[in-house]
Design a protein around this ligand. Structure first.
Ligand code: HAM
Length: 411
């Protein structure tokens, strides 16, 4: 036998048994977004590399070391999308969506790619549920988006949820703060991990994200951006908080919250579940990105959004899902296989989940198989084509008029 080929590291197959729980998340999201007036958007799995370099930021881990980038046959640099926001903004610009009533509210679902170190809840191909509202800077937009994710996660039964909330102000206000933080980091240089020390000039805020105990201790006293927001940013943040308070959405203020993408302005947030490993506990996160559309060559347009990690949601909920059960199994001897085939077709058209033997089993083998499938009822055709129906729970068997089979079996 030839060597079996396996999936690439950090990727996985989604098997039928996994699909039921996934479909439940998808359908909860689709319903929620429909009620809130979000339209579904799908963008390509790969984009021009420049989109992410400019959109997500050269200084981020994602662009720096996690992108799957390749050159195509036409010598263009393309990248498998590591996130959705930059691509949705590109689509907003490309399709002139600024001419539509604002904000334009869009949601999507699909695979994303990051070359990360695989572990529980961290993959190289994973799936995100994404929401973006582009074209309004009102705090109402931030609050509504946070409320939607809160509703979704609670509705799905994610245990031990914690919402961390902060504001990053505007890029202009961050310039002065960055210098102050950098000065602080230099003063505490010897307490920081080598990794933080190496990257601090490029992105000093990342030091807040370090898991290293020495760095964490040093960062406990570091200056916080949230304590020095400019007035307009502080007012915006206060309004977001007041709306969340009125809606009963619980959160903790956390001035150490930094996100791994450069486009954020003002509100940022993350939902964690205590059910997950600390290394990959964030179930979803997002925030406002008021300069992104313009940075990508579009008109000035504010934006806000979030992404939830499907695999992490499923890990946190982790309830066993029952397999789907067949309503009817049609068992028949070989001579009646064509009648069974036609009957199953007719029953499916009537909306019943109907199956038949596809492996040449004996009639006895077919009855066993019907049991294994959890069929509620089995139609048994005899050699002459007459039919009986067996209730698989009680074992009771009655004659079935094939001319009215769909009607009788729908009861
Ligand atoms: P993000 O925080 O990079 O944000 O990712 C959002 C979520 O995707 C994470 O909280 C996590 O649940 C999941 N996730 C990220 N990387 C992985 C991975 N390697 N394996 C499994 N799950 C993962 C964004 O992507 C932003 N685009 C969110 C956003 C939308 N901000 C504004 N609008």
């Amino acid at each position: 036998m030839a060597d079996a080929i396996q999936v690439p590291r950090g990727t996985f197959d989604i098997l039928p048994a996994d699909s039921v729980a996934r479909a439940r998340v998808y359908s909860a999201a689709a319903t929620l977004f429909e009620l809130a007036g979000y339209g579904r958007i799908e963008t390509p799995a790969f984009e021009d590399t420049q989109l992410f370099a400019r959109g997500v930021g050269e200084g981020t881990d994602i662009v720096h070391k996690e992108m799957f980038t390749f050159t195509d046959q036409g010598d263009r640099s393309l990248t498998l999308r590591p996130e959705a926001t930059a691509a949705v903004c590109r689509a907003y610009i490309e399709h002139g969506m600024h001419r539509l009533p604002q904000p334009v509210k869009l949601w999507s679902w699909g695979p994303f790619f990051r070359h990360e170190r695989p572990q529980a809840g961290r993959f190289r191909q994973f799936h995100q549920l994404n929401a973006e509202a582009i074209g309004s800077d009102l705090p109402l937009v931030d609050a509504e988006l946070i409320m939607l994710l809160d509703d979704l996660l609670r509705g799905l039964g994610v245990p031990g949820l914690k919402l961390r909330l902060s504001s990053l102000g505007t890029p202009a206000s961050r310039v002065a703060y960055r210098e102050e933080l950098l000065a602080y980091l230099r003063e505490h240089d010897d307490e920081l991990s080598p990794e933080v020390r190496e990257r601090m000039a490029e992105n000093p805020l990342r030091a807040f994200d370090s898991k290293d105990p020495g760095t964490r201790a040093a960062m406990a006293q570091a200056p916080r951006l949230i304590d020095q927001l400019e007035q307009a940013d502080a007012e915006h943040f206060a309004e977001v908080r007041s709306l969340l308070d009125q809606a009963g959405v619980e959160y903790v203020l956390d001035g150490t919250l930094v996100r791994g993408l450069d486009y954020y302005t003002r509100t940022v947030f993350e939902f964690e579940s205590e059910r997950l490993d600390a290394q990959a506990a964030t179930i979803g996160g997002g925030g406002r990105y008021d300069g992104l559309v313009e940075a990508l060559g579009g008109p000035p347009a504010s934006g806000c959004g979030w992404a939830g990690g499907i695999e992490r949601i499923l890990l946190a909920v982790a309830e066993p899902q029952p397999d789907p059960v067949a309503d009817v199994f049609v068992a028949a001897p070989e001579t009646q296989a064509a009648s069974a085939f036609a009957l199953v077709h007719e029953l499916r058209n009537a909306g019943l989940r109907a199956e038949l033997d596809l492996a040449g089993r004996s009639l006895k083998g077919q009855m066993k198989h019907a049991n294994r499938l959890g069929a509620r009822r089995t139609v048994i055709l005899d050699e002459q084509g007459a039919a009986e129906v067996r209730d698989m729970q009680s074992g009771e068997q009655t004659a079935l008029d094939l001319a009215r089979a769909a009607e009788a079996l729908s009861r």
